[in-house]
Design a binder for this molecule. Structure first.
Ligand SMILES: *[C@@H]1O[C@H](CO)[C@@H](O)[C@H](O)[C@H]1NC(C)=O
Ligand SMILES: *[C@@H]1O[C@H](CO)[C@@H](O)[C@H](O)[C@H]1NC(C)=O
Length: 238
């Protein structure tokens, strides 16, 4: 009889110890998602929905958090010094509704004279164009949205970068020779912009599209595509 009592005492003590450890873990986890070793789901799981919630992912960077001050809280402005965003990824289309882009003009290898005006013409499919939120105050602020047909609502951009004259130069992501958002709607998916003054510097250039969701984040897709959603062509200014 005494043995039973001792046995139960040990069991109750062990359970109390385990549950206090579990609740300590849970509260650490609430404060910092990265500390939830057993919470964030890596790999297929029916619990991913419950466990991989965005929660307050950026809490640790705010006052009182373990990484306080290391990153600013995203607030809809374009903060160039690093930022933590709590915006969920939002609505992701079916594989048949992944967008595609083709640059119709200029053509690969085309030549323009310095300062000669030219037009960049872009066709985008499986993207409802014309959804462009104010980039000064709603940058990355709301999740990706699909229209009634299940197509991402968003917009396009054209970026032209210099690639060097005699030798190929690595372009910097912060520099461009020409940049324009294609923010208008289009029934046939075709939008264009004219580079009114052409380009003054001789050499090799590339023109690329940058496809974006409504509030400027890159499009979120259901699988790694075998076909890119953006297009680039290279041309020369002589
Ligand atoms: C608590 O977290 C540690 C790692 O941080 C883990 O090894 C342990 O199994 C967790 N305990 C419970 C009861 O979840
Ligand atoms: C947004 O955050 C930046 C960086 O912390 C700050 O400088 C700016 O004043 C904030 N803007 C608003 C509208 O909260």
């Amino acid at each position: 009889m005494r043995n039973y009592v001792a046995f139960f005492a040990v069991v109750i003590f062990a359970l109390a110890f385990l549950s206090s450890e579990a609740s300590a873990n849970a509260s650490k986890c609430e404060k910092d998602l990265r500390k939830c070793k057993n919470s964030v789901v890596i790999g297929p799981s029916k619990d991913a929905f419950k466990k991989n919630l965005a929660q307050d992912f950026c809490a640790i960077f705010r006052k009182g958090g373990s990484e306080a001050g290391k990153l600013a809280q995203a607030n809809g402005t374009q903060i160039l010094t690093g930022v933590c965003s709590n915006t969920p990824q939002g609505e992701i289309p079916t594989v048949d509704n992944m967008p595609s882009t083709l640059i119709l003009c200029p053509e690969d290898g085309q030549k323009f004279k310095a300062n000669e005006p030219f037009t960049v013409k872009v066709k985008t499919t499986k993207l409802e164009l014309g959804f462009f939120s104010d980039p000064a105050i709603t940058y990355n602020t709301f999740p990706q949205v699909l229209n009634k047909k299940g197509v991402i609502q968003g917009h396009q951009h054209v970026s032209i970068q210099f690639l060097g004259n005699k030798e190929l130069e690595m372009p910097s992501a912060t520099e461009f020779a020409f940049f324009k958002g294609l923010n208008d709607p289009s029934k046939n998916g075709i939008l264009e912009v004219t580079v009114d003054n052409g380009l003054p510097q001789k050499g090799l250039y590339r023109v690329c599209t940058i496809i974006s969701s409504f509030s400027h984040q890159p499009v979120v897709l259901p699988k790694a595509q075998r076909g890119a959603s953006d297009d680039c062509v290279r041309f020369r200014v002589i």
